[in-house]
Structures are given as C-alpha cells and as structure tokens.
Design a protein around this ligand. Structure first.
Ligand SMILES: NC(=O)c1ccc[n+]([C@@H]2O[C@H](COP(=O)([O-])OP(=O)(O)OC[C@H]3O[C@@H](n4cnc5c(N)ncnc54)[C@H](O)[C@@H]3O)[C@@H](O)[C@H]2O)c1
Length: 352
C-alpha cells in the first residue's frame, strides 16, 4: 500500500463518480475499472489511464487492487460484495446495500468472516448541515421528536427506464422497487439516521407515470421507535419536479430543509438559530438531482473512500457500516410488504 490503497471500480454508470472520488481521495489510487459494456470501459480506461477488465473474476485476482467500489445494478450488490470479500478486497458499496434484508445479512456475515472492511454509500450523512441537524437532535435541542416527514417529488423521463442501461430500473428483481428503493432510499436513510430506527410502517405504492413494473410513487406512514410518527412520499412522476424536503418537529423545536438549504431552523439558542440559517439558509444549489440522476456531487463519495482507508489502517469500523445502511433496506421492504398485505408491518417482521 506504499503508493496509496489500490482501488478498482466495477459498474461504470454511477461508477464514474467513484473513479472521480477515488482520484480525489487522499491515500487512494485508481488501479482498474470493470464493466461488461466495452464502450463504457474504454471511455474510463482512456480518461484515467488505468487497467480495464470486462471479467470481474479476473479483476479479483489483481494483487494491486486492495479495495473495490461496487456500482453495478442494486440487486447484484451483495453478490459482488461477497465475491470481493472472499478475494480479500475491501469494499465501497453503493446504495442500497442490496434490495432485500436477506442479502444484506449474507453480505454482512461474509464481510465479518473474511475480516475485510465495507463502507456503504449514503453521502447525505457526510453533508455538514445534516451532521449539525443530527447533533441538534441528539443533544435534545428539538425536545422529544413528534413528527418526522420526508418528501421526494422527483421526475425521471421514460427513457431513464427504457434507454441504454435503464431496463433494470423500476424492476423488482434488480432494483427492488422504483422511486422508493432507488431514488427515495437516501431520504429513508436520512430520516432514520436523524430520528432513529423505525418500528413499523403502513405503505401504498403504484405505477402512475411510466411504463415500468414496480412503482414510481410510494406513500407511507412510519412509526419510530422513539414514538414519533412520520410520513414518506417518493415519486419520479412529479411535474414540475422539486428537491427533497425534510420536516422534523419536536416538542421544543423544529426545522425544514429543502434540497441542500434550510427553510427554517427553530431550535436551541438564538445563536444556534442564527448560525444554522446564516450558514445553511436558502441559497442557490448547484445540484439538480430532482430530474438529473448524474447531477449528484462526488464529494460525499470521496469522504466515504477516505474513511474506508482510515478504517483499514486503524482497524475500526467504517463510518457507514452494512448494518447501519441496511436499516433503510428493511424499511423499504416493510413498506412494500405493508402495501401488498394491506396491514401495518413491523420492521422485526422483515429483519433477518
Ligand atoms: N449514490 C447515489 O447518489 C447514486 C446515484 C445513482 C445510482 N446509484 C447506484 O449506483 C448503482 C448503479 O446505478 P447506475 O444508474 O449507474 O446503473 P447503470 O446500469 O448505468 O450502471 C451499472 C453498470 O454495471 C455494469 N455491470 C453489470 N453487470 C456487470 C458485471 N457482471 N461485470 C461488470 N460490469 C457489470 C453494467 O454494464 C453497467 O454499465 C445502483 O445501485 C444505484 O442505486 C447511486
């Protein structure tokens, strides 16, 4: 590891962000990329001057590679992660960890047994505003949480689902759902990370604006272990699309966040309120992920890669473990189960 930890990236759609993030991360170097799509592969080997593999199993034999970023279709994540762990490679796993709690558990068990490190991508947890919001909640500045609401009124054109590399999106087998499991999983994770674990859910979903199998709109009510109640709305049909909105209410304070900016922060001291609004209050956001999936910044990915390197060097856990990233997968599966059965579903009913 003299010249830095050697990374490879498999899956060169979102994997392109991983290449950029690995290149920018301290202590990391991009050794290889891998994709079965040879056009995508040559684009990245040319851009980064690194090795290219079409066969994942060949990449795993490369001794220069210490860690692999997995950015293939979501329903293949655990399978790729397990291969990597068995080959002794550390892992950066794109969201969601996989699409079912069973597969997440299988990956977790193999990672534990093989003693590699696996850092999961939920880049919103590395956002400075979100970190301070979590600190405010954890320090009790909002009092006891009562209402935890997340809304994601996004838009994706039909071509997103039917175009090149789109066919797996919005399917149960490889996407594990649609607007909830793919786009909305960030919101689900952020809500549970801020407000604590979810106890049970009631959900509804349907296909409203696309020709896809699973769902392009989901609505759910969530009961948190803390006793708070919340709502969740995810869609890729909104016209016009809007940014993610979070509303969290407590007995002593509350805040609302639209995209990357706070709409209001009314908790803690006057100085707390002023600071949060001065630093994170409404301003123009550069990101347009509400309609463009590739507009996401790679800064969070870079921090998660740097964190994995520190975890490997010190022996500690990565900041986002499989276990903690897996709760969002449990929540999404419970919502779908509730919608299919017409009853409230406890997280313990889907937990493995
Ligand atoms: N963190 C984020 O904000 C974010 C944003 C978008 C997508 N993602 C995640 O990234 C993952 C990929 O999404 P995408 O939109 O880039 O999908 P995509 O279909 O564009 O890319 C997947 C790539 O994996 C390749 N692939 C599939 N099987 C392979 C194999 N056996 N060997 C080598 N390559 C293989 C495909 O050829 C394709 O190029 C998904 O899990 C998605 O949830 C995360």
């Amino acid at each position: 590891m003299a010249k830095g930890m050697g990374f490879a990236v498999v899956g060169l759609g979102m994997g392109g962000h991983h290449c950029k993030a690995v290149t920018a991360a301290k202590g990391a170097r991009l050794v290889a990329v891998c994709d079965i799509d040879t056009d995508r592969l040559s684009t990245f080997t040319n851009q980064y001057g690194c090795k290219g593999y079409t066969k994942w199993t060949e990449l795993l034999k490369d001794r220069e590679i210490d860690a692999v970023c997995v950015a293939v279709e979501s329903g293949k994540h655990a399978e790729f992660g397990i291969d990597a762990a068995r080959a002794g490679k550390h892992i950066i796993m794109e969201k969601p960890v996989d699409i079912t709690p069973e597969r997440v558990k299988k990956l977790r068990d193999v990672v534990k047994r093989t003693r590699v490190k696996c850092g999961c991508i939920f880049q919103s947890r590395l956002d400075n505003c979100n970190i301070l919001l979590k600190k405010a909640i954890d320090k009790g500045k909002l009092g006891k949480l009562i209402g935890v609401h997340g809304s994601l009124p996004w838009w994706r054109a039909q071509d997103y689902y039917s175009g090149p590399h789109g066919k797996w999106k919005g399917t149960w087998r490889l996407d594990g759902g649609g607007s909830l499991m793919n786009q909305g999983i960030h919101t689900v994770d952020l809500l549970q990370w801020l407000a604590g674990p979810v106890k049970s859910v009631c959900g509804f979903y349907g296909v409203f604006g696309h020709t896809i199998e699973a769902e392009d709109q989901t609505v759910a009510i969530l009961k948190y272990e803390s006793g708070a109640l919340g709502t969740l709305f995810t869609t890729t049909c909104a016209q016009p699309d809007r940014d993610q909105r979070l509303h969290i209410y407590g007995t002593k304070g509350s805040f609302s966040k639209l995209g990357s900016a706070l709409e209001f922060f009314e908790a803690g001291t006057d100085a707390d309120k002023r600071y949060m609004m001065d630093v994170f209050g409404a301003r123009k956001s550069g990101e347009r992920t509400s309609s463009d999936p590739m507009a996401v910044s790679s800064d969070g990915h870079m921090l998660i890669i740097e964190d994995l390197i520190k975890a490997v060097r010190t022996g500690r856990d990565p900041v986002i473990t499989i276990e903690s990233a897996g709760h969002a997968v449990e929540i999404a599966n419970a919502i779908f189960k509730s919608a299919k059965t017409g009853r409230e579903v406890k997280i313990s009913d889907v937990r493995k």
